[in-house]
Design a protein around this ligand. Structure first.
Ligand SMILES: *Cc1c(COP(=O)(O)O)cnc(C)c1O
Length: 349
């Protein structure tokens, strides 16, 4: 049987043996009543690690972003966000359809930042014709790229000058922190609220955390119930989340090293270019004459390397369960596929 290397996403990870054990032993209660001790421990830990007053355990990153924006904004408000941000593109426009919140879009630049002057030009002054600008949303990491701390500080300063709030979609916040070599709180000091995923590189089966002030989290908790996200003995999964935060963060450095290894091996392959690699995502592109990225992606999938085509290139994501030996196998598949495509196109000519 041909072996398959799955680099589609860090969401494909399964819980560790320790997580399965912790699930079976977790102390439980009804979390809608605020009585699940394991959920409470997880929320306290997440708040501490992000340097915020309080935290809320939610089912997914999308729910985390949605309840954050519902908590910060009401129907008269407008948020400024990136044209290629997850909230804008990949969450069904829930902020608008469910929250009645207007979105003003600023072009996402290739490094994941939004131009500061462009953000500023989007801020509405008090005017009866305009929605009230309330919030700026950033995303870090963005397609595996890390926003500079100085940039985050600049956005926060701009927001403060205009009395606005900043929300961070930090689905992969800890990848950014590990890449920068700083605690997550060094990044989140520049935002009012953050959402991060436990279910990606941190290897939990389910869940995200929302962190911010006590007052904000109380509102987010109401919003979570509104969207059907109130859950009961959620401690069975919160037990995994605690292990994610305690024992899966440092391990992200291995994923980053594996992504670098894949990049290094692929740079040697004729016809393949490595577009960028900063954290646990390595983006590949085709330099083979007459071969599009889409054709390359399909051929890689066919040959047993599962990966995703994105507008910014072919995405290979390293994660818990992927070892250096898998990366070598993946690079061999890339080399073989590139070789085949080269001979095929030659024959075609
Ligand atoms: C994955 C992701 C989300 C959403 O998380 P889900 O748990 O899939 O809903 C939000 N933002 C970014 C940047 C993500 O990568």
């Amino acid at each position: 049987m041909k072996s398959i290397v799955d680099l589609r996403s860090d969401t494909v990870t399964h819980p560790s043996p320790e997580m399965r054990e912790a699930m079976s032993k977790a102390d439980l209660g009804d979390d809608v009543f605020g009585e699940d001790p394991t959920v409470r421990r997880l929320e306290e830990l997440a708040a501490n690690m992000t340097g915020k007053e309080a935290a809320l355990f939610v089912a997914s990153g999308s729910m985390g972003n949605l309840v954050s924006l519902l908590a910060h904004c009401s129907r008269e408000h407008e948020v400024i966000l990136g044209s290629k941000s997850h909230i804008h593109i990949h969450e069904q426009g829930g902020v608008a359809s469910l929250g009645g919140i207007h979105c003003k879009v600023v072009k996402t630049q290739l490094d994941g930042t939004l131009d500061i002057e462009e953000i500023e030009s989007c801020i509405n002054e008090e005017d009866i014709h305009c929605a009230k600008t309330r919030l700026i949303c950033l995303e870090n990491t963005w397609y595996g790229r890390v926003l500079p701390l100085s940039y985050m500080a600049e956005v926060k300063e701009l927001a403060d000058q205009h009395g606005l709030l900043v929300h961070l979609d930090g689905a992969r916040l800890f990848n950014a922190a590990v890449a920068l070599g700083v605690p997550a709180s060094t990044i989140t000091q520049h935002v009012d609220s953050v959402q991060f995923c436990l279910s990606k590189g941190l290897a939990s089966p389910i869940g995200s955390m929302v962190c911010g002030t006590t007052e904000f989290i109380a509102k987010a908790r109401r919003a979570r119930k509104l969207v059907g996200g109130g859950w009961r003995q959620a401690g069975v999964i919160a037990a995994c989340g605690i292990l994610s935060l305690k024992s899966m963060v440092e391990r992200l450095a291995d994923d980053h090293a594996n992504a670098q290894l894949l990049a290094e091996l692929c740079r040697k392959i004729d016809g393949i270019e490595v577009l960028h690699v900063e954290t646990n995502m390595c983006f590949l592109g085709s330099k083979l004459p007459g071969v599009s990225n889409r054709t390359l992606e399909l051929a890689l999938n066919e040959a047993g390397l599962l990966c995703f085509g994105e507008t910014v290139g072919i995405r290979c994501v390293t994660h818990y369960g992927i070892e250096a030996s898998d990366i070598k196998a993946a690079a061999e598949i890339v080399a073989k596929v590139a070789q085949n495509l080269k001979t095929q196109t030659k024959v075609g000519v």
